[in-house]
Design a protein around this ligand. Structure first.
Ligand code: RP5
Length: 168
């Protein structure tokens, strides 16, 4: 099967923050493309990539960028596919700059923005999985199993806490 998800990062320096996204996509068996494309440093490639994504079979684009993070917005401007943005944390504003750049899209061109850092990367991938699961019953079952396992782990931690504190 060809890639259904595209993960684009504004710089190779963003890669370490995206580990959770790749791990999550792989754990659900989702094929993905991954590219370094910059809205500012390679603007023509960014536009071309977004314009041709759908014809290659891509269904969702995940865009990670830091600082004046225009990548997700520029990609969204050139496609009607869903775009999920992950703000990258960098100095001196720790990702708040990128968060505002991504989340403050003008009405008409949305970027669904998750939080910065590992939680954001993981949730971007899980959002992509849940969108794909709308038309994939087997994937939906995997997603439900993931949630059930997550619930089980929290319940297990709670039981351990009760024991540790002598409350059970
Ligand atoms: C953004 O600028 C990138 O997404 C990265 O987070 C930030 C810094 O890029 P480098 O200078 O490390 O290439 O476009």
């Amino acid at each position: 099967m060809s890639a259904q998800v595209a993960v684009i990062m504004g710089s190779k320096s963003d890669l370490p923050s995206l580990k959770g996204a790749f791990d999550t996509l792989r754990s659900f068996g989702i094929e993905f493309e991954a590219r370094v494309i910059s809205a500012h440093r390679t603007p023509d490639t960014a536009a071309e990539y977004a314009k041709t994504a759908e014809e290659r079979g891509i269904k969702i684009l995940i865009c990670a960028a830091g600082m004046a993070a225009h990548l997700a917005g520029v990609i969204a401007a050139h496609t009607t596919l869903p775009v999920i943005g992950i703000p990258m944390a960098s100095e001196p504003f720790s990702g708040f700059d990128a968060l505002l750049a991504m989340v403050q899209m003008p009405p008409g061109i949305p970027v669904s923005t998750v939080t910065a850092g590992p939680a954001g990367a993981k949730n971007a991938a899980l959002t992509a999985v849940s969108i794909l699961a709308l038309s994939d019953a087997a994937l939906k079952e995997k997603l439900k199993a993931f949630r059930a396992e997550q619930t089980r782990k929290v319940e297990e931690a709670d039981a351990a806490l009760q024991k540790e504190l002598g409350l059970a």
